[in-house]
Design a protein around this ligand. Structure first.
Ligand code: SAH
Length: 321
């Protein structure tokens, strides 16, 4: 998509005047860059307990206050140009002086095209072997080296999380490959792109329910289930796993974050038969103990902890290990 970016340099006082002028000609969406805001946040650094402030943020402190408008319409660009010229003229004639100084009122228009960078990441998403017998392939790539007993997951993640390249997703798939017994019923809590649901069906699950609190993820997951021809056994539904998801089965897999896992864990046993397996990941190594405690507190026995980079994945059984 092609669009225009219009940057208007002004002063701190001028931000409001420029925005009001733009509003008067129907431009409601403006982006304001105000170094005073950044300074204010930096001053509160202590109270926010920030560990780290990006260099770009600090650079923002040296900037002139600026109002930015994005538009696809050339007419709108001209309208804005006229309006700002008039304002500059009024300033030149002494209408805004002293504290009311509007700053330079320079206007820069640049043409942008987001179609190139939007798909740029696709260049880096290549087919790869994620587990012993499972290969992941982006839907737009070929993978010629499949072995006879390989299972292939085709994925188009769209806006959802889950290409399989992340350590946490790949560990979940490896755990599924190791522990899932054909015929089992699986709950994929936080299904994202649906990648773990697909893996579960390919590994022999008889029924899989994927739930996600993100509607876009549910849509993407449904498309991927169809793309992989596993929609006879797996479905994706909108839902919060902590709130009344109806499911009773043999295995739950949840690749969330340590804090979220601790939050959902007390409710997981109700979905599992005695001896059922719970695979969780998204856990930073330093949070392993915290999650283990939550698991044990909910009546799970730890079966295996896998580590990859700074992440770990835990498999636990309901009841005795
Ligand atoms: N399962 C995929 C995606 C993991 S990302 C993979 O392993 O790659 C985690 C997903 O969990 C996100 O899509 C997020 O929207 C979803 N999520 C977070 N909290 C949730 C909750 N309480 N119930 C259901 N889904 C949740």
């Amino acid at each position: 998509m092609k669009y225009y970016q219009i940057d208007i340099d002004t002063s701190e006082y001028g931000i409001e005047v420029v925005c009001a002028k733009l509003l008067a000609i129907g431009i409601e969406n403006t982006v304001v860059t105000d170094p005073a805001d950044i300074q204010e946040l930096m001053d509160k650094k202590e109270s926010y307990e920030w560990d780290y402030v990006e260099d770009d943020v600090v650079k923002g402190l040296q900037q002139t206050p600026m109002v930015t408008v994005y538009t696809e319409s050339e007419d709108e660009v001209e309208l804005i140009r006229d309006e700002i010229t008039q304002l500059a003229l009024a300033a030149y004639n002494g209408e805004f002086t002293g504290e009311m100084d509007l700053g330079p009122l320079n206007l820069r228009v640049s043409e942008q095209d987001d179609s190139q960078w939007k798909d740029k990441w696709k260049e880096y998403f290549k087919p790869f072997r994620v587990a012993e017998h499972i290969v992941i392939k982006p839907s737009w790539e070929e993978y010629p080296d499949l072995k006879p007993d390989d299972k292939l997951i085709e994925i188009d993640p769209g806006m959802a999380f889950g290409t399989g390249t992340h350590e946490t997703t790949s560990m979940c798939i490896q755990m599924l490959e190791k522990y899932l017994v054909p015929g089992q019923k699986v709950l994929d809590a936080g299904c994202g792109s649906g990648i773990l649901s697909i893996a579960a069906v390919l590994l022999g699950a008889s029924e899989v329910l994927g739930v996600d609190i993100d509607e876009t993820a549910v849509e993407v997951a449904r498309e991927n289930l169809t793309l992989n021809k596993v929609d006879h056994a797996a479905r994706a539904e909108y839902g919060d796993v902590t709130q009344g998801v109806e499911f009773q089965g043999d295995l739950v897999v949840a690749n969330l974050m340590a804090e979220l896992i601790c939050m959902i864990t007390p409710g997981i046993p109700q979905h599992l038969a005695e001896g059922g397996l719970y695979i969780t990941s998204g856990i930073l190594v330093e949070k392993e103990e915290m999650v283990k405690e939550a698991l044990e507190g909910a009546g799970f026995a730890i079966v295996e902890v896998m580590e990859k980079g700074e992440w770990c994945c835990i498999a636990a059984r309901k009841g005795e290990a």
